[in-house]
Design a protein around this ligand. Structure first.
Ligand SMILES: [Fe+2]
Ligand SMILES: [Fe+2]
Length: 199
């Protein structure tokens, strides 16, 4: 397993950085297409995502469909692509802070950075009754936000479960930074989603 434990790559980081320099969201036709694949609760999460994150999500969703034959792509694979990074909304980190965190994760490893941030590595898809996102003073601290950014996979799965998302959407949010051997999602769908993410 890489030092970053599947969290980011130099190529992905560069692409996301330059893409994030513009705060604009996706074109209206792309957003309408995306919203057509989201449940009501998921739309509320979509509106919390930043413009660059929404553009990234649409790009991943469209590329995922390109990597699958039409009869191989269930509707929820688009939703899974659109919302795989939704947990980042909890961290509320700007572009430069995200770059710093990703560089640090690549340099020292995600687990060590999580330890510094006071968060343990996520272990499983949380149920609604399990751990919730930090709140109060902790939530506003920089370390806590770094921890939430590094845990955006588990946080996203939690948000999606609360939103009533389908299983593939929840699981892919949780597993999109894991090695393929640890996926529980369909390997063919996971491979397409991962390739489209470029991470
Ligand atoms: Fe991610
Ligand atoms: Fe992504």
């Amino acid at each position: 397993m890489a030092a970053s434990e599947g969290f980011g790559s130099w190529r992905h980081l560069a692409g996301r950085f330059f893409g994030a320099l513009s705060p604009a969201g996706p074109p209206p036709e792309d957003e309408a297409w995306a919203l057509g694949s989201l449940l009501d609760g998921e739309k509320q999460l979509w509106y919390r995502m930043s413009g660059p994150d929404q553009r990234h999500a649409v790009g991943v969703a469209r590329d995922t469909l390109r990597f699958l034959e039409p009869d191989e792509a269930p509707p929820e694979v688009v939703t899974a692509a659109l919302l795989h990074d939704v947990g980042k909304v909890e961290a509320q980190l700007g572009t430069f802070a995200r770059v710093g965190v990703t560089l640090a994760a690549l340099a020292v490893g995600r687990a060590r950075l999580l330890h510094w941030a006071g968060s343990g590595p996520p272990a499983a898809v949380p149920s609604p009754s399990e751990a919730s996102a930090p709140s109060g003073p902790l939530r506003s601290s920089r370390r806590a936000r770094v921890g939430m950014y590094l845990s955006h996979d588990a946080l996203g799965a939690q948000l999606l479960r609360q939103a009533g998302s389908r299983e593939l959407t929840i699981l892919w949010a949780r597993e999109h930074h894991l090695e393929p051997a640890r996926w529980t999602v369909d390997a063919r769908l996971g491979a397409a989603l991962k390739a489209a993410d470029g991470d």
